[in-house]
Structures are given as structure tokens and as C-alpha cells.
Write a protein that binds this ligand. Structure first.
Ligand code: PSV
Ligand code: MN
Length: 387
């Protein structure tokens, strides 16, 4: 039996990176609703992210998206974040919003556009040098809508060439993480649609290139934990973009749609050495809070990960191994489900109090007055969004 007391040291190692864009406005193609108190600048986004960390102790770094979060002095931004108790994390490049990228970026048929997309990523590496970030995350909107429209095969060669130029610019412990997504915005073919395509490019690039797994980027019913197990086995799982989906890339709060899936994924993360000291796997959120308040949305998200991680750590792996060895199908399943059904909420409340954190971070944030303060202070100016 594994009891809660035996997993607290491991729980202490949980660190979840939050995305700067979660604090800005977002929506669907039908409407983006503004929200009182939404940040007008990256400094205000970082202040909100720092609040999430203060109330939970779980979110020590913030990921930036370039150019959404461009500032003149990234060194100064790093110091600003550190003064608030957080660090700057992954730098996400963006080659999907400039008009030039309508028909692709690193895979565009025009070499000038490909060079522009490479240069943008090199500029992002300059940002990483100033922020001290380890990871450059590349997600491409590249693809086509109609059969015959694009030379899918040539585009893989162009992609390999562009990625190699970007990879060559990395230094020290910097890494390139390549995210995949099966469709959207392209509907017929996508140039990096799946983990296999991301993996073959990463293998060609070298050791510092790894795959980013966004949980919302798979077809319904995909066994994501299998992908996790395989990539960890190969040492090629670089990072997660956690979120929930009911239909496509919904970007909802992680653990909201399917807590059991989150548990299953975290079981494989722990099993494969992808968690805790000695692991380089980055656990990040990639979410949008279109209708709910953004800071509590982020607090709920990191708590959901903590809760499912606690259950995954409680899994009695010795008993499970024994049941598997004996071929005890239902026994193994019961052991697996027992950990999932364990209610850890009271234990986690006590665990937080022992560490000087609020037992109930959602309630503590609501009572803190932070939300009312930003709603009163942040009047005027342009609220941040995907621009
Ligand atoms: C694409 O859908 C994606 O998951 C990538 O990570 C982008 O950078 C991010 O969403 C933007 O929210
Ligand atoms: Mn993502």
C-alpha cells in the first residue's frame, strides 16, 4: 500500500509552466469577449501568473509567445518576473499570423517566406539568450486545404532544412521542441500532424530536439498515454501542452473533460521517468479561458494536475507488477482504478498548509481581493489577446 505520507516529497517536485496567453483575451472565430481586469501588457500577464504561483506554489515559470509578448528589453523583463517570484520559461515562436504565412511558413513553396520563418525562430533564440529560457517551442500552422494544392513531400524536405538551420543556432542547454497537431487551421493535410512526424524530424536534428505533446492535438479516442510511454522510452518527450478537449483543440481546463485520461497520462509520465528531479520533461499548460475568469481558471488547472499526479503517485506499482506477472487481468485493473478513485483532496489541503500555502487556493484567491483590484486598476488601454 502506498499512503499519502510517502508521496509528499515527490509531490514537492511538481512545477507547471503557465502560458502568458492564458491571461489575455481569447475566444472562438465567432467572438472574443473582453473581461474586466485583463492584462494590457506582458508585465500585467506576468503579475497574474505570479499570483497563480503565490496561491498554489505550483507555477514557478511563465511561457512567452513571440511576437505577442515582445518587449524592448527581455533582460529587464526577466528581472521583473524574478522580483515577482517567477521565471520566464519556454519561448513559443509564431509563424502563423503574418500575412506572408497564408500558404505556409517553414514549408512554404517560396524560399523567401521560408527564410523569413527561419529568421523569426532565430530571433526567438536571441530572446531565449536574454530570458535564460531553455526551450524554443515550434508549432506550425502549415498545411493545405485541398488535395493537389501542395507538394507534401517537398514540404517535408523544406521543413527539415529550416529546422536544421534553427537547431544549429541553439547553444548550451537550449532545446528545440516540435509540437504536432492533426488538423487546424489546415483541414486536408498538416505538415507536422502527429508524433511520428515530429519524432523523425527530432531524430534527424539531434539530441537537443524533442517532441511536444499537446493533449488537445489528437483525434478522439487516441491512446495518448501510449504515445507518452513510447516517447519517454526513446528519450524524446520534451514537453507537454496540457489542456482538455471534448471535440477538437478545445483548449479547456486540463482535467475538466476527462480526469481519468489525465491520470492515465501521469501514470505513464511517472513510470517512464518523465517526472521530478532528473527529468527534463516540461509540464506546461496551453489553455484559453474564453468565458471563465482567467486567474482562477489557471489556479483550477494547476490544482487538477496536482490532484491527478497525487493519485498517479499513489498507484501501488509493486502490487500492479505482481498482478500483471500473474496474468491477473481484473486484479491489475482494480489496482489501477483504486489509485484513481482515491480522494486526495483533504490530504492535499493539509499538505499545502504544511508548506505555508492556502489549503484551498481557489477560495483564498477569491477572498484575496486581487481580482477586484485588477478590475479597478486596469481601466483603459488595449486588453491583450492573440496579437
Ligand atoms: C496550436 O493550436 C497551439 O497548441 C500551439 O501551442 C500554439 O503556439 C498555441 O496553440 C497558441 O495557443
Ligand atoms: Mn499547444
Amino acid at each position: 500500500m502506498t499512503t499519502f505520507d510517502t508521496i509528499t516529497d515527490r509531490l514537492d517536485q511538481l512545477a507547471i509552466e503557465v502560458p502568458s496567453w492564458a491571461y489575455g483575451n481569447s475566444g472562438t472565430r465567432f467572438k472574443v469577449f473582453g473581461t474586466p481586469g485583463t492584462p494590457r501588457s506582458i508585465e500585467e500577464k506576468i503579475a497574474d501568473a505570479a499570483a497563480v504561483h503565490r496561491f498554489t506554489g505550483l507555477a514557478p515559470t511563465v511561457a512567452l509567445h513571440i511576437p505577442w509578448d515582445v518587449v524592448d528589453d527581455f533582460g529587464a523583463l526577466r528581472r521583473y518576473a524574478e522580483d515577482l517570484g517567477v521565471g520566464l520559461g519556454t519561448i513559443n515562436s509564431n509563424t502563423f499570423q503574418d500575412d506572408a504565412y497564408k500558404l505556409g511558413s517553414l514549408t512554404h513553396a517560396d524560399p523567401k517566406v521560408r527564410a523569413m520563418a527561419v529568421q523569426h525562430n532565430l530571433d526567438c533564440i536571441d530572446v531565449m539568450d536574454a530570458t535564460g529560457s531553455r526551450d524554443l517551442k515550434i508549432w506550425l500552422a502549415d498545411g493545405s486545404n485541398y488535395p493537389g494544392q501542395a507538394d507534401m513531400r517537398a514540404r517535408q524536405e523544406w521543413l527539415a532544412e529550416g529546422l536544421a538551420q534553427i537547431y544549429a543556432q541553439l547553444s548550451g542547454d537550449q532545446r528545440l521542441v516540435l509540437e504536432y497537431k492533426f488538423f487546424e487551421p489546415a483541414f486536408y493535410h498538416t505538415d507536422v500532424p502527429d508524433w511520428g512526424t515530429s519524432l523523425v524530424h527530432c531524430l534527424e536534428l539531434g539530441e537537443r530536439a524533442t517532441v511536444c505533446l499537446d493533449t488537445g492535438h489528437h483525434a478522439p479516442g487516441t491512446n495518448i498515454e501510449f504515445i507518452v510511454a513510447q516517447l519517454l522510452r526513446l528519450g524524446k518527450l520534451g514537453s507537454f501542452d496540457f489542456n482538455s478537449r471534448f471535440y477538437a483543440d478545445d483548449d479547456l481546463i486540463v482535467g475538466a473533460a476527462d480526469p481519468f485520461q489525465l491520470y492515465r497520462i501521469l501514470v505513464e509520465v511517472v513510470r517512464g521517468g518523465g517526472y521530478g528531479d532528473g527529468s527534463e520533461v516540461a509540464l506546461m499548460l496551453d489553455q484559453c479561458h474564453n468565458i471563465e475568469k482567467k486567474i482562477p481558471g489557471q489556479i483550477r488547472s494547476v490544482l487538477n494536475v496536482q490532484e491527478m499526479l497525487a493519485r498517479a503517485l499513489l498507484l501501488d506499482t509493486a502490487a500492479l507488477d505482481a498482478a500483471r506477472t500473474e496474468g491477473d487481468v481484473l486484479g491489475a485493473n482494480q489496482i489501477f482504478m483504486d489509485a484513481f478513485y482515491t480522494d486526495v483532496r483533504r490530504d492535499l489541503a493539509g499538505y499545502r498548509e504544511d508548506r505555508g500555502l492556502p489549503a484551498d487556493p481557489m477560495a483564498a484567491f477569491a477572498a484575496s481581493g486581487y481580482q477586484e483590484q485588477i478590475e479597478a486598476d486596469r481601466v483603459g488601454g488595449a486588453q491583450a489577446g492573440w496579437n
